[in-house]
Design a protein around this ligand. Structure first.
Ligand SMILES: [Zn+2]
Length: 131
């Protein structure tokens, strides 16, 4: 079920959509990067698409991600994001985790990125309106 809670008609600065029990918003920054925010109530996940993203290359551009859950910061994912260049946070983490990590992102980001085909229409619509 898709419920469009709020849609800014004029500049589309904020789209807030509820989908799969997540609140999703999308906006463009001054540099033309597009930021999507997913909120599940407790934690927020962010994906930053570079300004070169368009409808044809959505799955081919390098993204940056961030989750504000403790696992992302303290479980080694922020460290992996920092050293591999996909940590979307103003803070870097250069201390490796004490325990080894067997994936690249926390379970929240994993759920979003693994099911991104469910959310991609939000980005597509935004790109369409941006032209
Ligand atoms: Zn998380």
């Amino acid at each position: 079920m898709i419920i469009i809670i709020e849609k800014a008609i004029k500049d589309l600065v904020v789209d807030k959509i509820e989908l799969d029990n997540k609140f999703i918003s999308i906006k463009e920054d001054e540099q033309g990067n597009i930021k999507m925010k997913f909120s599940t109530g407790k934690w927020n996940q962010y994906i930053k698409f570079p300004n070169k993203v368009d409808e044809k290359n959505i799955y081919k551009v390098d993204i940056e991600v961030y989750c504000d859950c403790p696992s992302y910061t303290f479980g080694g994912y922020k460290y992996l994001g920092t050293i591999n260049g996909y940590n979307f946070s103003e803070y870097e983490e250069h201390r490796p985790p004490k325990k080894s990590v067997d994936k690249y992102v926390c379970k929240h980001l994993e759920s979003i990125l693994g099911n991104f085909s469910n959310f991609v229409f939000i980005l597509r619509d935004f790109l369409k309106d941006r032209r």
